[in-house]
Ligand binder design. Structure first.
Ligand SMILES: [Zn+2]
Length: 366
């Protein structure tokens, strides 16, 4: 990623902002850099802890260096000094917690004056660079008047991150792509929490604990099903060997996609296998008309081996494609129960899954 604007261009665009806007955005950039600093240092601390996992007495230097702030002397000015004597435009004020002493460094030489690891310094500099690019993006959008409409996000004002973004938009400062993503993420969490409040009414502690332990994606899925009262028990076979599925049923919780994908196929294919072998002997001679108005049995006779192949590999199906596979199975089941079946949709979907699984069978339905 290359820096879009030169220092001069950034400076002249900054000059077009009002005092209030400039102050807000400069403050945002400094906050981002402080967070980045903290983030990189705490991550490196984790690595350090891990490496020394066998030495229980190891004393970890928790955040020895804290970035207090960064001050900007202004374009083409170098009013500040680094501790080594160099003149600076940007001065990093860093506090050493161990020595209880404040240091003032330049961005290019804080590496030499601190005991920070070279990789950490590299990560920090990289992070700061990306934040500078984000500022450029905001400034370019400002020039083009590309403002982001936050009117549908105003209910998020209790979320501290969203509140700052709303404030920024209200000051007529555009939002960066990263900020828009953050706002959408805040909206997603808001909705999920609201759904949870509704869904958890009447649930006991055990049920809630189990739900809260699920990964977010499955939590969202389950909470939605709880509200819609869709438990998916109708698909349950007589015997289930998965302890987790048994627990979900026992607790009266909706089954997850990954549960249904299991028993749906296993039970379903073992049932139809008998039917199709019977059908195979009966339907040896098919007239042209019959072949066009294909019956469920004939369909299964033709496609069972492919469906079984997919079933054998279904653990590899990505979460994006899980729905398609589930949908295929549901449609086939409905076909068995006498409902209409869309063959071309089936071909498209199964081809997609085969390609995705790379089973070398995709030409089957080409
Ligand atoms: Zn220096």
């Amino acid at each position: 990623m290359k820096k879009v604007l030169s220092e001069k261009e950034t400076h002249s665009l900054m000059k077009t902002l009002t005092e209030e806007q400039r102050h807000f955005i400069s403050n945002y950039i400094v906050q981002c850099k402080k967070l980045k600093w903290l983030d990189v240092l705490s991550r490196s601390k984790t690595d350090f802890t891990y490496k020394n996992a066998n030495t229980p007495t190891v004393n970890i230097e928790t955040n020895e260096w804290t970035l207090k702030t960064i001050i900007d002397g202004g374009y083409r000015k170098r009013p500040f000094k680094c501790d080594c004597g160099a003149s600076l435009r940007h001065q990093y004020i860093v506090y050493n917690n161990k020595e209880e002493k404040e240091y003032k460094f330049g961005s290019t030489c804080f590496e030499e004056h601190t005991n920070l690891d070279a990789q950490i310094v590299k990560d920090i500099k990289r992070g700061f660079y990306l934040i500078d690019i984000e500022l450029d993006e905001i400034l370019i959008k400002y020039k083009k008047r590309e403002l982001f409409n936050v009117s549908s996000f105003l209910h998020l004002k209790d979320d501290p991150v969203a509140a700052d973004l709303i404030k920024q938009a209200k000051l007529n400062i555009p939002l960066s792509t990263k900020q828009i993503d953050e706002l959408r993420k805040a909206e997603f969490h808001y909705k999920h929490n609201k759904n949870k409040q509704e869904a958890y009414k009447g649930l006991n502690e055990l049920q809630i604990t189990l739900i809260e332990k699920l990964p977010l994606k499955e939590q969202v899925e389950l909470v939605k099903d709880l509200i819609r009262k869709e438990f998916h028990y109708e698909d349950l076979p007589d015997t289930v060997d998965s302890a987790e599925i048994q627990l979900f049923v026992k607790l009266g919780l909706p089954l997850l996609n990954r549960h249904r994908i299991r028993f749906n196929t296993i039970e379903f294919f073992s049932q139809t296998e008998q039917v199709t072998s019977e059908a195979a002997t009966e339907n040896k001679q098919l007239s042209f008309k019959e072949a066009n108005e294909i019956t469920y049995d004939v369909f299964m006779k033709r496609h069972l081996h492919i469906l079984k192949k997919v079933r054998e590999n279904q653990d590899r199906i990505s979460s994006d494609n899980e729905k398609i596979w589930l949908n295929i199975q549901n449609n086939i089941k409905e076909f068995r129960d006498g409902k209409e079946f869309n063959h071309s949709a089936f071909k498209g979907d199964i081809n997609h899954i085969l390609k995705h699984l790379d089973l070398g069978l995709e030409n089957m339905y080409g």
